[in-house]
Design a protein around this ligand. Structure first.
Ligand code: SAH
Length: 213
């Protein structure tokens, strides 16, 4: 039993059965540096509703924020998803579980060490997911070679919505991303027509577009 997950359900952050199942199965403690687990313990980490540092000035996202964004994204079985800013790999792994073996997740991370960290965490946690590819690069450009996507989700905040991400979405597809301190949901109605909704009041690390140093 997880008090945190029950709380997120009660507060209506978690609603969809497939997302709830992923939260229950994919343990956050499997996606943190061993030192943190040693100091804090697995149970503490699994119940902790706040971001936690994963090195390189980045954090594993807050469970409440991940729940809120995934509910807006509405990932479905068989979806092809672009996950930008994969960091620890926690959300990426939940997406692998949700889309199932016939779906696919492309995970982009800008920092090479974190790309490896996320990829290794997924492998080490032994969920056995093969429906995923980790790529090191600038996610603000999307991933043209694999476009279009059913869903695109971004974990780091920019000043405005990158045009490439709008272009690389299927008609009917959903894009969830932070812009400044808001989460935005865009639903692609037609080639140049989007339904947009803003949800203010969140904090994110910045989406960095310059080259990797
Ligand atoms: N879902 C992840 C979130 C990590 S924080 C988790 O829960 O672990 C956001 C991540 O976005 C960081 O790892 C950061 O390095 C990455 N990031 C920032 N700018 C990026 C860019 N332009 N392209 C890809 N990743 C980026």
């Amino acid at each position: 039993m997880s008090k945190l997950i029950d709380q997120l359900i009660e507060q209506k952050y978690l609603k969809s059965p497939r997302i709830i199942e992923a939260f229950k199965k994919i343990k956050r403690a499997d996606f943190l540096p061993p030192k943190i687990i040693k100091n804090k313990g697995r149970e503490f980490v699994n119940q902790y509703n706040a971001p936690i540092p994963i090195g390189y000035e980045q954090t594993i996202s807050q469970p409440l924020t991940v729940a809120f964004m995934l509910e807006l994204l509405q990932p479905q079985q068989n979806d092809k998803i672009l996950d930008i800013g994969s960091g620890s790999g926690w959300q990426t792994t939940m997406l692998c579980q949700i889309v199932g073996p016939k779906g696919f997740v492309y995970a982009i991370e800008r920092i090479p060490e974190l790309k490896d960290f996320g990829q290794e965490n997924l492998a080490k946690a032994k969920y056995g997911f093969k429906n995923v590819e980790f790529i090191c690069g600038d996610g603000s450009k999307g991933l043209k070679s694999q476009a279009p996507f059913d869903k695109i989700i971004v974990a780091a905040s920019s000043e405005k919505i990158p045009q490439a991400l709008k272009d690389q979405l299927k008609i009917g597809g959903r894009l969830v991303l932070p812009i400044k301190n808001s989460i935005w949901l865009l639903i692609k109605k037609d080639k140049n027509k989007f339904e947009e909704k803003e949800y203010p009041g969140f904090v994110f690390v910045p989406l960095i577009k310059d080259k990797i140093v």
